[in-house]
Design a protein around this ligand. Structure first.
Ligand SMILES: [Zn+2]
Ligand SMILES: [Zn+2]
Length: 307
């Protein structure tokens, strides 16, 4: 666990150093400009380039919000095992894993995490959780940075659930750390804008093509390709769909595209709207019952006469 804490502290410190040093800010701004120009050049000028700049800016702003949270989740995970003991929750003893090589333990951690991720992600595509996950799908220009466009509540649920599961399994801290790093790097990889499909390995390890289809905003693609790393989970649970190269539009209709404030508040706004609709539907049903009840009372004498 020290490795994770050290890595997150390093990333956080590097980030803080970069944003507080004017020289580094300039380099960072130049890199951003280059990236935006590259993405603009790949697309048709000028509308797509404007999209790209807006998309990158919004993603970085959301990343900044999340980077404050992620190290906190990792730091908290240190105390999870102690918490199980304290609450008397039975958990898998660490001795189960003794003697296994680190590469195997890391592989087990990655498969376990991706299994949890598949079901987390599947839940995130349901009506009431979609407003949280929609922020990830809101990116109109999917690229490596889209990885970091995740609402703070989603980051909390995702990292929280992995931490609870892996610490409950008594996995050694090193294996959890290596697993987390691999998952993060692979997640950037599947978002890059290339059409690589992985050929015969396509069910074994997720490709950019596989995940681009997940971001496609066409009805037949909705809720498909939910695994982060192992597409065979989708194949097993009936959500695998890669019909070929993905040239479908990406994004999510009806979601603010690059408005960071609106995107951050989006779950609250949507939940308020959904709750209002829910209450309205219940009220209409109750009024309907009452009206039918009153109607039935009046019709009875008529029915009796008719007999
Ligand atoms: Zn999704
Ligand atoms: Zn994605």
């Amino acid at each position: 666990m020290d490795n994770i804490v050290n890595t997150s502290t390093f990333v956080f410190e590097a980030w803080r150093g970069a944003v507080s040093d004017p020289g580094k800010q300039l380099i960072f701004a130049a890199l951003l400009l280059l990236l935006a120009a590259y993405m603009g050049w790949r697309s048709s000028w000028p509308r797509r380039a404007v999209d790209a700049v807006e998309s990158v800016t919004a993603t970085l702003a959301i990343f900044l919000i999340n980077i404050l949270l992620t190290p906190a989740v990792w730091l908290l995970s240190e105390h999870f095992k102690a918490l199980y003991a304290l609450l008397g929750i039975p958990s898998v003893p660490g001795s189960v894993w003794e003697g296994l090589p680190l590469w195997l333990l890391s592989a087990i951690a990655i498969v376990t995490q991706d299994f949890a991720n598949y079901w987390n992600h599947r839940a995130m595509h349901l009506k009431w959780l979609w407003p949280v996950h929609a922020i990830h799908h809101s990116d109109p220009v999917v690229n490596g940075l889209t990885t970091y466009r995740i609402h703070i509540l989603e980051a909390l649920v995702m990292w929280g659930s992995y931490t609870i599961l892996l610490t409950w399994l008594g996995m050694p801290a090193d294996a959890i750390g290596i697993g987390a790093l691999f998952v993060t790097f692979h997640n950037v990889y599947v978002h890059i804008n290339v059409d690589w499909g992985h050929g015969p390995l396509r069910l074994l390890i997720a490709s950019p093509r596989f995940h681009r289809w997940h971001h496609a905003d066409v009805p037949e693609a909705h809720g498909k390709n939910l695994a982060n790393i192992f597409p065979f989970f989708d194949w097993m649970f009936g959500t695998y769909r890669v019909p070929g190269p993905c040239d479908a539009p990406v994004g999510a209709a009806g979601i603010p595209r690059n408005d960071v404030v609106k995107l951050t508040l989006w779950p609250l706004l949507e939940w308020a709207r959904l709750a209002t609709l829910w209450v309205e539907a219940r009220r209409a049903r109750i009024v309907g019952w009452l009206a039918r009840g009153a109607g039935l009372g009046k019709s009875m004498p008529f029915d009796i006469k008719a007999d």
